[in-house]
Write a protein that binds this ligand. Structure first.
Ligand SMILES: Cc1cc2nc3c(=O)[nH]c(=O)nc-3n(C[C@H](O)[C@H](O)[C@H](O)COP(=O)(O)O)c2cc1C
Ligand SMILES: O=C(O)C(=O)c1ccccc1
Length: 361
């Protein structure tokens, strides 16, 4: 783990209410998938190429219609005002300052229009994508998509790995199941069929299918990104449905505890997609070498969830900036050491399994 991220993780742990710390840090079941996400990176090594004269690397990437200054985006995480009073405003400013994409959660404690406004106040072309759980009532899904569009979001990230909410032992033990009364999931206010001046619950449903995704694609002009893909066949189906990018993710180990590490699922999804759309990955990314390993295995970019929450809880906007700047600097440094001129220059033959020989091709 990057020293800066480790420092902020400790500082966050000391500052947060232990119940909230467990909500942010915890995973489903025995937390196997959570632990495996980080461990999967440790099992792999990067094999540098030498004397390539690649110069200082360009860390920028294109993501749909947006540009990011680095191949690291902010993954959607719920309830930022539980981590810090500045909440999503702070995260949005930090992501905009770093020049990267913020995927803002449907379960944010700040309305999406305020999130985009905070980002745009820092940089007028700041990219914000809106994460969405398809709701059983299509009118609710459409109202959320419309809000995101009006707020200036440039993509909808549909999270598909949550047919039910994961069972999280830490939250059960702590009795944490809801926000304190002074906070709410603000995007859920004033939606069709909901209470006029309170929030609707976020629904998760095992009855949702590709037909619901198709319906949303036809209802919104925004490009759709599918988050929570682990099976290569689902990546193919996503392509067939006109999805514009997929995010390989086990939800940070918070849903199916028996799921593979995100990194272990990446190569098969990359092969299935065959370069037709970008493949992103999140789960366990904690330093620049992790970012570059994912790039070498075919990811266009990675997302970070908990590191951003730790930065936020520890030092507000400044802490999130530190996390993102550290990841950018480390990524550039590792790319340089690997002889890569840019993010696309890393190739799978530059990845070796620790303790085994280096294959090459
Ligand atoms: C506290 C917390 C809240 C999260 N909330 C959401 C969410 O609202 N929507 C979503 O799609 N994913 C959510 N996730 C999953 C993240 O988007 C991401 O997949 C995961 O955190 C990546 O793993 P990492 O934390 O190891 O970087 C959440 C994760 C955490 C830790
Ligand atoms: O905690 C999560 O992982 C998550 O995705 C979520 C979704 C809705 C409300 C709160 C958290």
């Amino acid at each position: 783990m990057s020293g800066v991220i480790e420092e902020l993780r400790h500082k966050a742990a000391a500052r947060l209410d232990p119940v909230h710390r467990d909500f942010f840090d915890g995973g489903a079941g025995a937390e196997t998938a959570l632990a495996e996400n980080e461990r999967a990176f440790r099992r792999l090594a990067l094999v540098p190429r030498v004397l390539r004269g690649a110069g200082d690397p360009d860390t920028g990437v294109r993501l749909l219609d947006d540009r990011a200054s680095m191949p690291v985006v902010v993954s959607p995480t719920a309830f930022h005002r539980l981590a810090h009073p500045d909440g999503e405003h702070a995260t949005a400013r930090a992501a905009a300052a770093a020049g990267t994409v913020l995927i803002t959660s449907m379960a944010s404690t700040t309305p999406v229009a305020e999130v985009t406004a905070a980002a745009r106040a820092v940089r007028d072309d700041a990219a914000v994508w809106f994460q969405l759980y398809l709701q059983p009532d299509p009118a609710v899904t459409d109202a959320l998509a419309e809000r995101a569009l009006r707020a200036g979001c440039s993509a909808l990230v549909v999270t598909a790995d949550s047919p039910v909410f994961g069972r999280r032992a830490r939250d059960d033990r702590n009795g944490f199941h809801d926000l304190p009364p002074w906070l709410a999931a603000e995007n859920m206010r004033g939606l069709p069929g909901g209470p006029p001046d309170a929030t609707r619950d976020i629904a998760m449903s095992p009855r949702l299918s590709w037909a619901d995704l198709r319906r949303l694609r036809e209802a919104t002009p925004l490009p759709l990104v599918l988050k929570g893909v682990l099976h290569p066949q689902d990546a193919r189906l996503a392509l067939d449905e006109g999805v514009r990018a997929v995010i390989v993710s086990n939800h940070g180990g918070r849903q199916l505890d028996a799921a593979p590490a995100a990194l272990d699922a990446l190569p098969a999804v990359v092969a299935a997609v065959a370069g037709r759309i970008p493949v992103l990955l999140d789960g366990g990314v904690r330093c620049g070498a992790d970012v570059v390993l994912a790039l070498a295995l075919g990811a266009t970019a990675v997302g970070v969830g908990r590191p951003v929450v730790w930065g936020l809880a520890a030092e507000g906007e400044h802490g999130v900036r530190r996390v993102l700047e550290e990841l950018r600097e480390e990524t550039a440094h590792v790319l340089t050491l690997c002889g890569a001129a840019d993010c696309a220059a890393m190739t799978p033959d530059q990845v070796a399994v620790r303790g085994r020989g280096v294959g090459g091709c």
